[in-house]
Design a protein around this ligand. Structure first.
Ligand code: ZN
Length: 233
């Protein structure tokens, strides 16, 4: 049987870290891809390497499958979008009802670039941590968007890519539960210490659920999910 490989869109955030473990549990070879687009929480790019190292240290079976990391410079995205994720602006909701942390087309671009890398690397599965359940209202995280993009990628490259979205229909509490199921307390601890979700890039405050300002939408989501998971036992 031929080897089945996956490319995980790994930002350094909690969701993509859970997806990386999910992929390592399922596929024979797993590579990661990240994007530098001038995000103001650039610290997430630094924790990526630490999280990968932690996986290799604590999980021998996964270490054997974990392959190359690809970090792409997409600074052009920061140049064409003026949002609270890439500029020093207050996080707020715009007239469209979307938070101004929305970088238009971000996931479309990320997945398209990931598809190009996967094509070159002979990888069939693209894994992304997008989620429609308790998302911030980003339209490019929706299941329909991802399915449409899978079709577009396959038509545009004459391929049979599969875009896997293990978190699409679960909430943040269930993401913590999935993390523990996959890698036990060691993986939960690694996610707490060496992933980053805070939009403000704050690593000075350590909460039970990890580092962050504790006030931005990403921190609020991560904290409430953790508390609900803890409460559920
Ligand atoms: Zn925060």
């Amino acid at each position: 049987m031929s080897e089945i490989a996956a490319l995980v869109l790994f930002s350094g955030g909690q969701d993509s870290a859970a997806c990386l473990a999910w992929a390592l549990e399922r596929f024979d070879r797993v590579e990661t891809i990240g994007f530098d687009y001038g995000q103001r929480h650039r610290v997430e790019l630094e924790v990526r390497a630490r999280f990968r190292e932690g996986l290799t240290e604590h999980f021998a079976a996964w270490a054997a499958k974990l392959g190359e990391d690809h970090l792409l410079d997409l600074s052009v995205l920061g140049a064409i979008s003026d949002t609270a994720l890439t500029a020093e602006a207050e996080i707020a909701f715009s007239d469209t009802g979307l938070p101004n942390t929305f970088v238009p087309g971000r996931n479309l671009l990320f997945l398209t670039f990931a598809g190009a890398v996967a094509y070159r690397r002979g990888i069939k599965h693209l894994v992304t941590g997008v989620c429609e359940t308790d998302y911030s209202g980003y339209p490019d995280c929706r299941d329909d968007t991802i399915k449409a993009l899978q079709v577009a990628l396959n038509l545009g490259t004459e391929s049979r890519f599969v875009i896997d979205t293990p978190l699409m229909w679960i909430d943040k509490a269930a993401t913590w539960a999935m993390t523990r199921d996959l890698g036990g307390e060691a993986l939960v601890e690694l996610v707490i210490e060496d992933t980053h979700s805070c939009y403000m890039g704050d690593r000075t405050r350590r909460h039970p659920w990890g580092y962050g300002c504790g006030a931005c939408p990403a921190c609020a989501l991560r904290a409430s999910g953790f508390e609900r998971w803890m409460a559920a036992g």
